[in-house]
Structures are given as C-alpha cells and as structure tokens.
Design a binder for this molecule. Sequence first.
Ligand SMILES: Cc1cc2nc3c(=O)[nH]c(=O)nc-3n(C[C@H](O)[C@H](O)[C@H](O)COP(=O)(O)OP(=O)(O)OC[C@H]3O[C@@H](n4cnc5c(N)ncnc54)[C@H](O)[C@@H]3O)c2cc1C
Ligand code: FES
Length: 272
Amino acid sequence: MYLFNSEVVKNQKLTQNIFRLRLKAANDFCRAATPGKFVMLGSDDGLFDPLLRRPFGICRWGSDWFEVIIKVVGRGSSQLSKFEKGVSVAVHGPLGNGYPNNNPKNDQKTLFLVAGGMGIASIASYLFSALDRNQSLAGTFLFYGAANYSELILLNELTAADAFGLQLQTITDDGSCGRQGLVTQLLTHELQSRPQSQVFACGPEPMLKSVQKVLLEADCDGYLSLENRMACGFGVCLGCVQTMINKDDDANVKTAKVCTQGPVFPARQVIF
Ligand SMILES: Cc1cc2nc3c(=O)[nH]c(=O)nc-3n(C[C@H](O)[C@H](O)[C@H](O)COP(=O)(O)OP(=O)(O)OC[C@H]3O[C@@H](n4cnc5c(N)ncnc54)[C@H](O)[C@@H]3O)c2cc1C
Ligand code: FES
C-alpha cells in the first residue's frame, strides 16, 4: 500500500449528491489495485479538518489514475465532493483484500453480483476491471437496486457491458426503473434455477443481512463486502471490527478487522 498526495484530474457530478472523482496515481499503485479494494482519502490542506481520512472503494483505474464515487453524507464526503481539478488529496491505499478471483468460464459457475445503492461502486470495480481487460462477462449477472431511477448511477456504462455478456437487472424501491422491490428478490429468483452460483454483494447492512439469509437458505457460497466505519484503515485502531463465526469451530465467535482482513468476507462467517 502507498501513502501519497494525489491530484484531482476530474470531478464529475453524477446526481445532486453523488460525485465521481478521478485522481492521479503512480503506476505501482494502479498495479496493486484489484476489484473490491479501497482507499482512505482526506484533505491535504494541512488543517487536518476533518482529522481522519474516509474510506472509498476504488471503482475504476487505469495506468496512472483511479476513480472513486462519493456520496455526500457528512463532513468528509462533502469536502471531497467539492474538490476541483488540480486540488491535492491525501491518499492511502490500495487497502483491504478485495473480491476473490473468480473465473466462471473455468469452473462453469454463474456469478451473481448484487449491488444496493452506493454498493455499486465496489461491485462495478469487478465489472470495469473485466471490461478494461476485454474479459468476457458471459455467465455474469448484475442485480442492481436503488431507491429510485436517479440513484441508479453508472447505468450507461453498465448497460454497455451487455456487449461483453453481462446480464443487468435493475430494481427500485418506487418502481421508477426496472421492477419495484428489493434487490434480494432478483437474487432469490435467479438462485432457484442456478443454486451452484457464486455471489458477490455490497450495499447497506440490512441488504447484506438479507443476502446472507438468501444464501444460507439456498446453501450457496458467497462473499459480502462490508462498509463498517473506519478510523485508520490499516489495522491499528480496532474501530472497524466485525463479529465473525470462527471457521475452525462453529461454536466460537471471533472478531475481524474489516480494513485489513476484509472488507470482503465469506457470507457464512459474518455475524450481523
Ligand atoms: C471499505 C469501505 C468502502 C466504502 N466505499 C464507499 C464508496 O465507494 N462510496 C461512498 O460514497 N461511500 C463509501 N463508503 C462509506 C464512506 O466511507 C462514508 O460515507 C464516509 O466515510 C462518511 O464520511 P463523512 O465524513 O462524510 O460522514 P460522517 O460525518 O462521518 O457521517 C455522516 C453520516 O454517515 C454515516 N456513515 C459514516 N460512515 C458510514 C459507513 N461506512 N456506513 C454507513 N454509514 C456511515 C454516519 O453514521 C452518519 O450518520 C465506504 C466505506 C467503507 C468502510
Ligand atoms: S479502521 Fe482502524 S483497525 Fe480497521
């Protein structure tokens, strides 16, 4: 992982409160990025306000840049969302484990990607990484849910991925795009005909809890990307710990640091 000051290349407003920030990065940083990893971002103005950097998934990257999608929810995200071209940003990353390697072609498994709200930033990193390497997405489904049509960001790029074989299904709380309902309904329905699938999911905790329930009922393996609040991002503050089943002994529980041991965990292990 690297600790450096980067520069904003572009800040694109996607919705009223969601922004796509492209930042400069060294080639080494970009080579270390993999789908599901994240960065800690903060101001580089010397005022340390807010004091702590904030975690954001690395959504897409090239040879000398990377992008994050920022939803404004508080002070840190609001500050980052206002950074314009040329502004210096403190970056720490790539951090975390990312999604496991998955090659549906080799193991004949279908891959179901499940994204709720801003969870799409993490899930899209898997898709963009495949697209940028001209890798087929045959056998890959994306179930993408949000509150309404305007919250379904990146839709143009995701729709274009159907040329690579991606099967995209959207669902919204108000029915303004795709079916009306919750994203787990799409997963439940498709899992019935493909119970041996692999599943990667990212979204708000109630959604992840629901995905876990669906997976356990179907006796299907899957991975959840958690977004616990983080202070340091590199394993020293214990602010991000999550209770897990101790896989060596189902009767015992243990805690895991989401920043260094995650953010991606086997769904069967997480205790919500
Ligand atoms: C690994 C990881 C990846 C993430 N990726 C993204 C991403 O790609 N895009 C994105 O927009 N956000 C992402 N987040 C969430 C993002 O880090 C928080 O929204 C951000 O830190 C909030 O900082 P703030 O100063 O703006 O808000 P604060 O002032 O700290 O908090 C404002 C409100 O947001 C809530 N909040 C803060 N952090 C979280 C969190 N992690 N989960 C749920 N609620 C929270 C607080 O409880 C409070 O109600 C990610 C978080 C993690 C841990
Ligand atoms: S955020 Fe500090 S230990 Fe994980």
